[in-house]
Ligand binder design. Structure first.
Ligand SMILES: Cc1cc2nc3c(=O)[nH]c(=O)nc-3n(C[C@H](O)[C@H](O)[C@H](O)COP(=O)(O)OP(=O)(O)OC[C@H]3O[C@@H](n4cnc5c(N)ncnc54)[C@H](O)[C@@H]3O)c2cc1C
Length: 423
């Protein structure tokens, strides 16, 4: 016998769990389908930054100047696997079409209400999950190795200021005073002060799982193989059984595009793979107190404990299940060893995960255009840990016929079905 529910959430990362919890709060009978492998979630392995200022997508106008280096794989922030590119042509076309100042500004304006609501939504969720201590108002630091690199990011600062996003600019001495653990003499840094960070995001996700279970939420530990529309709703088929429900939320992170495709939706999305590895900070070093983006290395250093540093790599465009390529994380680790006083690696192998990415840097949140009772909630790219909890609240509103507090029109699925419009 199939299980029954009001609504099924497919995917139990930060986004899916937040949806499941918010839907449970609205009194719905919810089943969450997920294979249940903690490290398989991208929500486990990220940098933990929750930033109001994360409104500037990767498809920036600066792309054109960097293109020659990108194409030669000479920029550590991006690694292209050419054999994979034909498979993500629509994504690439949308990405290039988005890399204009006008589009960048438009995306920033659309993302601001989402990122502004992200930290309060995290605070509410973390408090209920009994894990408030993991979320700290640390701000985060974007560090530049040269004056020229800092100047090149002027448009970014102009857009952030225009939207009232607070930040301080620090010089070399100011950076050293703020973070004495950084031994590399950065020329400048931008301290985004309104933001926070989560230590060990995977633990936060586990606490949310426990919260969902405590609310009476049901789990089906299995990978969804098929979403079958029926006369009165949906049959969600996993290898561990099936569930029938009126509504379905597709929130399976980077797997969402492939699942949507089985229903005929060809989204211009891609998996932006990324790696992390943990290192011990030397016991005599002062602790690093906030995440640091080393713009010169295209990598992030994020403290997961006082003397435990997570080094995270940039973007690798490759098939989600292709063999790991450690080129970027090895380079990031070498750079990190010149930025902090690090000991040896704490893990045997680097962790690999996939950012569920859209080419315009905005998530896909909204009803499926051709199927009743199907809601999409994926494509959160570089900001899915931060914007997961608020996405859950938005999805619960949409599923229960309320108007979400955050405008969702810019996140409509339709924009990424097919090829890009050029204007
Ligand atoms: C290196 C790196 C650094 C990052 N840093 C940050 C950061 O500082 N701040 C930030 O906000 N974001 C960051 N991100 C991005 C963030 O981690 C993601 O956007 C976010 O985790 C996406 O959450 P999700 O729930 O959509 O996906 P996931 O966490 O990947 O969860 C998807 C879930 O769906 C499940 N699933 C897959 N297929 C199926 C199926 N067929 N049936 C059922 N379930 C399925 C998976 O098992 C998984 O549990 C970073 C990402 C990387 C890689």
């Amino acid at each position: 016998m199939d299980e029954t529910a009001d609504i099924v959430v497919v995917g139990g990362g930060m986004v899916g769990l937040a949806c499941a919890i918010a839907l449970k709060d609205r009194g719905l009978d919810v089943v969450l389908c997920d294979p249940g492998e903690a490290r398989a979630r991208t929500s486990y392995g990220n940098a933990g930054v929750v930033s109001r200022g994360s409104i500037l997508p990767m498809s920036s106008p600066a792309l054109w100047g960097k293109l020659p280096a990108y194409l030669r794989n000479a920029d550590r922030g991006l690694r292209l696997h050419y054999s994979h590119l034909p498979r993500i042509l629509p994504y690439t076309a949308h990405f290039l079409a988005s890399a204009r100042a006008s589009r960048w500004r438009r995306a920033a304006a659309a993302l601001l209400p989402l990122t502004s609501a992200a930290y309060p939504a995290h605070e509410r969720l973390a408090a209920r999950a009994g894990t408030s201590e993991r979320l700290q108002r640390t701000g985060w630091l974007k560090a530049y190795r040269s004056e020229a690199a800092f100047k090149a990011a002027a448009l970014e600062r102009e857009i952030l200021s225009g939207h009232g996003v607070a930040f301080d600019i620090l010089d070399t001495a100011g950076i050293r005073d703020l973070e004495p653990a950084l031994v590399r003499p950065y020329a400048r840094a931008m301290l985004l002060t309104e933001t926070g960070s989560v230590r060990e995001p995977g633990r936060l996700v586990e606490a949310c799982e426990a919260l969902f279970a405590g609310l009476g939420g049901k789990r089906l530990r299995g990978s969804v193989e098929r979403l079958a529309p029926e006369a009165e709703g949906w049959r969600v088929v996993t290898e561990a059984g099936a569930v029938r429900a009126k509504q379905v939320v597709l929130a399976a992170g980077a797997a969402s595009g492939a699942i949507a495709r089985t229903l005929g939706y060809r989204f211009a999305v891609a998996a932006e793979r990324g790696y992390h590895r943990h290192y011990a900070l030397h016991p005599d070093s002062p602790p690093l107190t906030r995440p640091v983006l080393d713009t010169g290395a295209g990598s992030i250093l994020s403290p997961m404990g006082d003397h435990r540093i997570r080094v995270l790599s940039g973007v690798e465009l490759n098939a989600r299940h292709a063999e790991p390529d450690h080129t970027q994380i090895e380079a990031a680790s070498r750079e990190a060893a010149e930025t902090l006083r690090l000991g040896g690696p704490l893990d045997n192998e680097p962790w690999l995960g996939s950012r569920p990415s859209t080419p315009d840097g905005m998530p896909v949140i909204g009803p499926a255009p051709r199927h009743k009772g199907l809601l999409f909630a994926f494509g959160h790219g570089h900001i899915g840990l931060s914007t997961g909890p608020i996405t859950g609240e938005i999805v619960a509103d949409l599923a229960t016929g309320r108007k979400p507090a955050v405008p969702v029109a810019p996140f409509a699925p339709e924009r990424l079905l097919g090829w890009p419009r050029l204007l």
